[in-house]
Design a protein around this ligand. Structure first.
Ligand code: 0A1
Ligand code: ZN
Length: 872
C-alpha cells in the first residue's frame, strides 16, 4: 500500500545473496482463526565467513511469536513493513521463526489463502514472504520438507511439494501429513493445500520405466470435471520425453483445482495449482476453446518442471527464460497434436492483438525488463509471447537438430541452478557455432521492429531485387535502437501459377530452411534468373515478430490469398485485404466494398482443399484491436461502423453460403475434441453468426434450435452467441434465463453466463451494475470479476460508448479492487493503455479516469506503477 515510496528494482544492481538457505523445514498448523507457521532454515554465509553481514529476510504481515538462531531466542531484531533484519554470529546456523498469518482474510490470493472450502498457496513471484520469513528470491534454492497439521473434518486432504513421507492422526480431531521435496527450489515454487477434496488417480510409466502416480484434486462440486486434464497431462509427459528428452523426476505429480486464483495456473514443484477455469472440463460444460486452453495450460505447467523448476531464473528480470521457453514448448506440443498452421495463425493473431499494442504504448518494455517497481506487473504478453517468439527464432536459425542439442546442453549444464537468458542463448551459440551477441538485443530492446521492403525488377537482366530496411520505434526510456537479427522465411512465387520459383541469390540466405537473415539496417538481396516478375511471399510462418511494410498490388495480394501454399501467409494476405478495407472505411475513403474482398471471400468459400478450421480463420475479420493498432487516431464510432459495414456486406452477400454451411456442418455424433471436429464446429458457428446478421428469421430459429438440442457446450454456445448477435432481445432474455435455470449450480457455466451478458452489444453501465448485484457475482473472486468487468471492457461497442460512462465506472472498480486484490486491479489499468490514440473526447475521458485512480489513497504498488506509466 502507498504508505511507502515505491522502490525501483534494477537489473544492473543484481547482487548474489549474502547467505544461502540449504534447507527449509516448515510446519504449517492450520486453525480456524489463524495459521501458525514454524520455519527452520539451515543457512550458510555466501562469501567471506569471517565477515558476517546482517541477515535481511523478506516477510510481509507476519505476526512474530518467536525467533531463534540455533535454538537461542533472538531478542534483538528489526521488523519493518516487509523486512526482518537480524545479526547472525556464525557462518553456518539455523534460523527458526514461528509466526501467525491469516489466510481467511487474505483476499490478495497471494501467500496462503482460503479458496472456497480449501486453503491453498500462491507464491510466484513474491508470495512466500507472506507465509514466513525467507530470502524470497529465485536464486536462493533449498530443499523443503513440509508438515501440515489441520482439523481432519474440514481438511481431510493435506498436500505439499515433493513425495509423501508420513501422515497420521493427532489429538482433538486433528491430523498431519509430511511431504519432502528433494529437489532444491526457489520459494516461489512452494505449495501447500488443505481441503476436503475429491481425487482422481492415474499413472504414467516414464521412458526409463519409472511409475509415477498422477492425481487431480478438486472440491466436490468440481470433481466430475477432472478427467480431460489427466489425459492432457499424460500426453504432455510423453511428448516432453520424445521432443525434448525430459523425463519426470518425482514419484508423484499432483494438480489441484482452485476456484479462487489470480492467473491461469502455477507450476509448483510436484503440486501444480490451477484456476478451476483452466483445468476443469466436460463436453457438457466446456467449449472447444476451453478444451484447447486447458490442454495447453496443463502442458505448459508440466513443461515448467524442467524449463523453470529444474533450471530456474537467477532473478525476475530473467522471467522470460522460463516463460518464453515454456510458451514455445507448449505451442510446439499443441502444434504436434493438432493443426500446426491453425495454431500458428491463432498465436500470431494473439501476439498482434495484444503484444504489438503493448510494444507501441506507454508500458512497452523489453522481454528482459531492465527495471520494475512491482514484478507482478511483468507477467506480460511481451515477456511470455514475444519471449516465445525469440525462442522460435532461435529454432529457425538453428534448425530442429541443433536446437535440440542446445536445449539438451542447457538442461544438463544448468540443472539445479538459477540462470539467465544469456546462459540459454549461449548454449544455442555453443552447439551451432553461431554468434548470437547481436541476436541478444531481442531481449533488451523494446518495441516492434518495422521492416520496410522495396521491390525492383529488371526484366532485361532477369534480376529481382528486394531491399529490406529495418527500424524500431522509440519506446519509453529507449530512444536509440540498434539493428536486430531478423530471420525472414521467404519464397518467390510465379505470378501466373503461384508456384514457388527456384531461388538463386547471394547473401545470408539458407536454401535448406528458405530463411534470409537480416542483420543490417539495410539489406539488399538480388535474385537471379527470374524471367518474369515474381510475387514475394515474405515472413512465412511469421518467422520474426516484426511489422512488414510492403505495398503489394491487388493482383499480387490476390495471388497470395488464393495460392500461397504457406497457409500462414495465405491467411496474412486475406487479412490484409480485409484490414485495408476496414481502415479505408474507417477513414471514410470508400463508398462501396471493393471487388477484391468478394473475390477473396468467394475463393475461400469455394476452395474445398481447405480444412474447415482454415476456412473459418480465413473468413474471420481482423479484430478491433488490430484496427486500432493500425490507426494513428481512433474514432471509436467510425471503427465500429466500418466493421459493422463489412460484416453486413459479407453476411448479406453470402447469405446462401452461410445458411447452407450452418446446416450442412451440423452433426449429431458424440463430442470429440480433435482438430477436424473442432474446425467443423468453428466454421458452423461462424456461418451461423453471419447468417443471423442478415435478420433472416430462419437463421434465428436455427440458432435457437442448435442451442436447445446441443449435447455439448460448443454447439450450445454457437447457438446462443448467434442469438446474442441478433436484434431479438426477447429471445436473448428467454435463452439466458433458460441457461441460468439449467446451470446455476455449475461454477464455470455461471461464469460463461456472465460473460455472455457482459459481452452483449447494448450493454450499459447500469446493466453491468445490475449484473454485479446478482447472487452469482462475487467481487472477491477474480474469475467472476473477469467474467463481468473483463468481458465488458473487451466489449468494444459498449465500453467505448459515446457517453464514455464506462471509463469512469471502470476506474471506480479499479479503486475498489485495489483494496481487495491489487494484482487483479492492476490488470484493468491495461484497458486504458491506448488512451492517447482515442480522438480528443474519449482520450480525455480515459485520462481523467486514470487520474482519478491516481488520486486514491493507499494505492498498491501494482496499480500505482501502471497508472503512472500509462499517464506519463
Ligand atoms: N508461472 C505461471 C503463471 C503465474 C504467474 C504469477 C502468478 O502469481 C502472481 C501466478 C501464476 C505460469 O506461467 O503458468
Ligand atoms: Zn509459465
Amino acid at each position: 500500500m502507498r504508505t511507502e515510496t515505491p522502490v525501483t528494482i534494477r537489473l544492473k544492481d543484481y547482487q548474489p545473496p549474502a547467505y544461502w538457505i540449504k534447507d527449509c523445514a516448515l510446519i504449517i498448523r492450520i486453525f480456524a482463526s489463524h495459521t501458525e507457521v514454524d520455519s527452520t532454515l539451515r543457512m550458510v554465509r555466501n562469501g567471506d565467513p569471517s565477515q558476517l553481514p546482517a541477515l535481511v529476510l523478506d516477510g510481509v504481515e507476519q505476526l512474530i511469536q518467536t525467533l531463534s538462531f540455533d535454538g537461542e531466542a533472538i531478542s534483538e531484531y528489526d521488523y519493518q513493513h516487509d523486512r526482518l533484519t537480524v545479526q547472525p554470529t556464525q557462518a553456518e546456523f539455523t534460523f527458526n521463526a514461528v509466526t501467525h498469518i491469516f489466510p481467511n482474510t487474505n483476499t490478495s490470493l497471494e501467500g496462503l489463502y482460503k479458496s472456497g472450502t480449501m486453503v491453498c498457496t500462491q507464491c510466484e513471484a513474491e508470495g512466500f514472504r507472506k507465509i514466513t520469513f525467507y530470502l524470497d528470491r529465485p536464486d536462493v534454492m533449498a530443499t523443503f520438507s513440509t508438515r501440515i497439521e489441520a482439523d481432519k473434518a474440514p481438511f481431510p486432504i493435506l498436500l505439499a511439494n515433493g513425495n509423501p513421507i508420513a501422515s497420521g492422526d493427532l489429538e482433538q480431531g486433528r491430523h498431519f501429513a509430511t511431504w519432502d521435496d528433494p529437489f532444491a527450489k526457489p520459494a516461489y515454487l512452494f505449495a501447500a493445500v488443505a481441503g476436503d477434496l475429491v481425487r482422481r488417480d492415474d499413472a504414467f510409466t516414464t521412458i526409463t520405466g519409472r511409475d509415477i502416480s498422477l492425481r487431480i484434486f478438486a472440491e466436490p462440486h468440481n470433481a466430475h470435471k477432472t478427467e480431460f486434464a489427466l489425459i492432457a497431462l499424460k500426453k504432455a509427459m510423453r511428448w516432453d520425453e520424445e521432443r525434448f528428452g525430459r523425463e519426470y523426476d518425482l514419484d508423484i505429480f499432483m494438480i489441484v483445482a482452485s476456484d479462487f486464483f489470480n492467473m491461469g495456473a502455477m507450476e509448483n514443484k510436484g503440486l501444480n495449482i490451477f484456476n478451476s477455469a483452466a483445468v476443469l472440463a466436460t463436453p457438457e460444460t466446456a467449449s472447444d476453446d476451453r478444451f484447447d486452453r486447458i490442454e495447453g495450460i496443463v502442458a505448459h505447467e508440466y513443461f515448467h518442471n524442467w524449463s523453470g523448476n529444474r533450471v530456474t531464473c537467477r532473478d525476475w528480470f530473467q522471467l522470460s527464460l522460463k516463460e518464453g521457453f515454456t510458451v514455445y514448448r507448449d505451442a510446439e506440443f499443441t502444434s504436434d497434436l493438432h493443426d500446426r498452421a491453425v495454431k500458428r495463425i491463432k498465436d500470431v493473431m494473439f501476439l498482434k492483438n495484444h503484444q504489438f499494442p503493448q510494444d507501441s504504448g506507454p508500458n512497452a518494455h523489453p522481454v528482459q525488463p531492465q527495471e520494475y517497481i512491482e514484478i507482478n506487473n511483468f507477467y506480460t504478453v511481451t515477456v511470455y509471447e514475444k519471449g516465445a517468439e525469440i525462442v522460435g527464432m532461435l529454432h529457425t536459425l538453428l534448425g530442429e537438430s541443433q536446437f535440440r542439442q542446445g536445449s539438451d546442453l542447457y538442461f544438463e549444464r544448468f540443472d539445479g541452478m538459477a540462470v539467465t537468458t544469456d546462459d540459454f542463448v549461449d548454449c544455442m551459440a555453443e552447439v551451432s557455432g553461431q554468434e548470437f551477441s547481436q541476436f541478444k538485443r531481442w531481449y533488451t530492446q523494446a518495441g516492434t521492429p518495422v521492416v520496410e521492403i522495396r521491390e525492383d525488377y529488371d526484366a532485361d537482366l532477369a534480376l529481382y531485387r528486394l531491399t529490406f530496411t529495418q527500424s524500431c520505434p522509440a519506446t519509453p526510456g529507449q530512444s536509440d535502437k540498434q539493428p536486430l537479427v531478423i530471420p525472414v522465411k521467404l519464397a518467390l512465387l510465379d505470378a501466373a501459377t503461384g508456384q514457388a520459383l527456384p531461388i538463386d541469390c547471394d547473401g545470408a540466405y539458407n536454401a535448406d530452411t528458405q530463411v534470409l537473415t537480416l542483420t543490417e539496417a539495410v539489406t539488399r538481396v538480388t535474385f537471379r534468373h527470374l524471367t518474369s516478375r515474381p510475387v514475394p511471399s515474405l515472413l512465412r510462418d511469421f518467422s520474426a515478430p516484426v511489422r512488414v511494410r510492403l505495398a503489394l498490388s491487388d493482383a499480387a495480394l490476390l495471388l497470395l490469398a488464393q495460392h500461397d501454399e504457406n497457409a500462414f501467409n495465405r491467411f496474412e494476405a486475406v487479412q490484409q485485404v480485409y484490414l485495408d478495407t476496414l481502415l479505408k472505411l474507417t477513414r471514410g475513403e470508400l463508398d462501396a466494398i471493393p471487388a477484391l474482398v468478394d473475390t477473396v471471400v468467394l475463393s475461400v468459400l469455394s476452395d474445398d482443399r481447405l480444412s474447415d478450421a482454415l476456412q473459418a480463420v480465413l473468413l474471420s475479420l481482423p479484430s478491433y484491436q488490430m484496427m486500432m493498432d493500425n490507426l494513428d487516431q481512433v474514432d471509436a464510432n467510425a471503427v465500429v461502423a466500418a466493421r459493422d459495414r463489412l460484416k453486413q456486406h459479407l453476411a448479406h452477400q453470402y447469405q446462401d453460403h452461410w445458411s447452407s454451411l450452418s446446416q450442412s456442418l451440423a452433426s449429431a455424433d458424440d463430442y470429440d475434441f480433435n482438430a477436424e471436429e473442432v474446425g467443423r464446429r468453428e466454421l458452423q458457428g461462424l456461418a451461423l453468426h453471419y447468417w443471423v446478421l442478415t435478420d433472416d428469421k430462419m437463421a434465428l430459429n436455427c440458432a435457437e434450435a442448435l442451442y436447445r438440442a446441443a449435447q455439448n457446450q460448443t454447439d450450445r454456445l454457437n447457438g446462443l452467441k448467434a442469438v446474442m448477435a441478433s436484434q431479438d432481445v426477447d429471445r436473448q432474455q428467454r435463452l439466458l434465463a433458460h441457461f441460468y435455470r439449467h446451470w446455476q449450480q455449475d461454477t464455470q457455466m455461471v461464469e460463461t453466463w456472465l460473460v455472455l451478458q457482459a459481452s452483449a452489444e447494448g450493454m450499459t453501465v447500469a446493466d453491468i451494475v445490475q449484473l454485479m448485484a446478482h447472487d452469482a457475482f462475487d467481487f472477491t473472486n477474480p474469475n467472476k470479476v473477469r467474467s463481468v468487468l473483463g468481458a465488458f471492457t473487451q466489449n468494444f461497442k459498449a465500453f467505448h460508448d459515446a457517453q464514455g460512462e464506462g471509463y469512469e465506472f471502470i476506474s471506480q472498480q479499479i479503486i475498489a479492487l485495489n483494496a481487495i486484490n491489487p494484482q487483479v486491479a492492476a490488470r484493468f489499468v491495461g484497458v486504458f493503455e491506448r488512451w492517447r490514440k482515442f480522438a480528443p473526447e474519449r482520450g480525455a475521458a480515459m485520462q481523467s479516469a486514470l487520474k482519478s485512480v491516481l488520486e486514491t489513497e493507499s494505492l498498491s504498488s501494482d496499480v500505482l506503477e501502471l497508472v503512472q506509466k500509462t499517464l506519463a
